[in-house]
Ligand binder design. Sequence first.
Ligand code: FAD
Length: 411
Amino acid sequence: DRHHTIVIVGGGAAGISVASSLHKRDRRLDIAILEPSATHHYQPGWTMVGGGVFQPEVTSRPMSQVMPGFVSWYQQAVSGVMPEQNQVRLADGSSISYQALVLAPWLELNWSAIDGLESALGDNGVTSNYRQGMAQYTWQTVQALKKGRALFSQPPMPIKCAGAPQKAMYLSSDHWRRNGVLGQLDIQFHNAGAVLFGVPAYVPALQEYIDKYGIQVNFQSNLVAVNGPARKATFRLTEAEGNSQDRELDFDMLHAVPPQRAPGFIRESVLANDGGWLNLADDTLQHKTFANIFGLGDVSGTGNAKTAAAVRKQAPVVAENLIASLRNQPLPAAYLGYGSCPLTVENGRIVLAEFGYNGVLQPSFPQWVNDGTKATRAAWWLKAKQLPTLYWHGMLKGREWLAGPAVREHH
Ligand code: FAD
């Protein structure tokens, strides 16, 4: 039977970062990562690929390059957790036992919840920046489109990077504006939710761009079916009385985003909260039932924005608290819910939304450097030129000066 002191499930943004943060604190720790994929993806770059700003190659690296040398890497998926036995089950039927477990698998993109979508992707103008390898097709479609109707959908919350469905729309619209075809296009945003953005402080800046691009906004309009060859999309509209009504629209381009949920082995287990997400304490990121289990990243049921930016603040908190728990000490670190969503409103400007639990603004910069509630060039420069490097060489390597002071805020 195989055993490791710390087993981490997932070698994405969260799994690799937390391994590095643990190792920084104690170089003798025996850490294993369970990660089936041969490639690590920098998903925040996919928006930029879809907008023709990044080349697709810069958004991925071989997992073997990203995986720290000090971990034991099992290239296998986890199929179940047995928290009472301190074991995880692997896809091949074998198991590994642990003293402490960190759960950082992603979330599941539920493509099949939208009838016909998955098979329609990549043809007839149907695309999604949420699909690995598909952002390039978004950019090709945008460039080819000179007239007609472009639809952009946003599913019910929570989703990873809540602003990304709109980012695709703004960058596309900006391209059409620069090429003088905006007037020939009917651009529509169909949002299953009732507001443009969950934190009101950022809405005015976004609304300005909605007006500037002439985008028609539809709230409580949820994409439920796609027919690629016929180029038809069906939206379910929820009315005030709770009644719903289906509406079919023709399109020339459709950027679709599927509803999202925790992977089945979490969602359908004792580890989940009522919503099916990993049941963690908001501040310590310790599991609410099993004290030797921690978690972070998109799978987490904490109410933060599901972003890599959140992971940057969460990883040191998990590392600090997990090591304390191994030593039977009180948990010293707290996460305040930070997450960030750089809203690419045009090529060259970003509204840098940064906020914590309950929508409390948590800007990283003083207002004279960058006002997060406005579209700024400084924020674009940060996203386009700095953040990818900070991701690969800072966050994934456990260089925590990037994480700021949250980890020091004891409770
Ligand atoms: P991931 O990075 O997705 O990694 C999860 C890993 O777990 C994967 O490697 C996977 O192979 C592995 N795994 C899955 N299942 C299993 C299993 N059963 N067993 C073992 N391993 C498993 N964030 C930002 O901060 N800023 C942005 O601008 C931004 N824009 C985005 C735009 C798009 C289009 C998308 C899709 C995401 C964006 N994000 C952004 C969100 C960001 O990518 C995620 O929040 C972040 O990657 C979460 O890290 P994670 O480790 O939880 O999940």
